[in-house]
Design a protein around this ligand. Structure first.
Ligand code: FES
Ligand code: ZN
Length: 267
């Protein structure tokens, strides 16, 4: 975010920074206060969405009600809210802070579980497809260690504790630790792997992997892009609450917060 702010006048774009408070106890409270401090230091417009307030549920509550892992719920909720904000605020890109450690972990994980459609999405940039706003990952070639050094150098506060819901027995955690260990002996492997991966998927014939082309329809409940009649977010909320009301609340809260920014008038 610091770099995006520093080059914004040169490349002429607007920034709306977003933080989602997931309701994971003390960890979420601390994260919110650190992130808000950074947003203020960088003087950016920002939105903080607290899912307990706007949806009526926290991640641990959703996970225990629908009996799914916290991380998978967390991913669904974050992806949905970021896209929703981008659509409602008329933004053309969703920029996330995924780094090379995250991306190489996801690639290996998708390969091991043979989920090629997930793997094909792990490029540094994906296009906008029918309401699913383009994602960019400018930190795709930067490691966690380098990011920490940068934050220290720029004297930016950052969160150094891991999410307490992290499952250390999960495939993802094990792969990340394995890659970190490998890095000590083969420090250029990760970057080489990611660059070659990005190059090769440009030329992949997706039919070869039995991957269906992404065909999106609109969710009949919330109107957001979905690959089924009702999107995964609405299905999740319905399973938890037997109603779609929380989805409507979330939409109206977000529209209200974006209006509160006086976005068009001020920028
Ligand atoms: Fe998965 Fe926090 S919810 S690490
Ligand atoms: Zn929906």
């Amino acid at each position: 975010l610091d770099i995006l702010v520093r080059i914004k006048d040169k490349f002429k774009y607007k920034i709306l920074a977003v933080h989602i408070n997931l309701g994971i106890g003390e960890y979420s409270e601390q994260s919110e206060s650190i992130v808000e401090r950074v947003f203020r230091m960088l003087n950016v417009d920002y939105l903080i969405v607290n899912i307990r307030e706007s949806l009526g549920y926290t991640i641990p509550q959703l996970a225990s009600t629908v009996k799914r892992s916290s991380c998978s719920i967390c991913g669904t909720v974050k992806r949905y809210i970021l896209n929703l904000i981008a659509v409602k605020a008329n933004m053309t890109r969703v920029v996330t802070g995924h780094n090379i450690d995250d991306l190489t972990t996801y690639i290996l994980k998708s390969f091991l579980i043979q989920d090629y459609s997930a793997m094909l999405k792990l490029k540094p940039k994906t296009p906008t497809i029918d309401g699913l706003i383009s994602r960019i990952r400018p930190l795709a070639e930067i490691s966690e260690n380098e990011l920490e050094l940068y934050a220290k150098y720029r004297e930016l506060p950052y969160i150094s504790t891991a999410c307490p819901l992290r499952n250390e027995a999960s495939l993802e955690f094990k792969i990340k630790s394995f890659l970190k260990d490998l890095d000590n002996y083969h420090p250029t492997l990760k970057i080489g792997f990611y660059r070659k991966f990005v190059k090769s998927i440009e030329h992949i014939d997706i039919g070869m992997f039995n991957v269906r082309e992404l065909k999106l329809v609109r969710c009949k409940i919330c109107g957001m892009p979905s690959n089924s009649e009702v999107c995964s977010f609405c299905r999740l909320i319905y399973r938890a609450s037997k109603s779609y009301e929380p989805v409507n609340n979330l939409h109206s809260q977000i529209i209200k917060s974006i209006r509160g920014l006086n976005w068009r008038e001020t920028k």
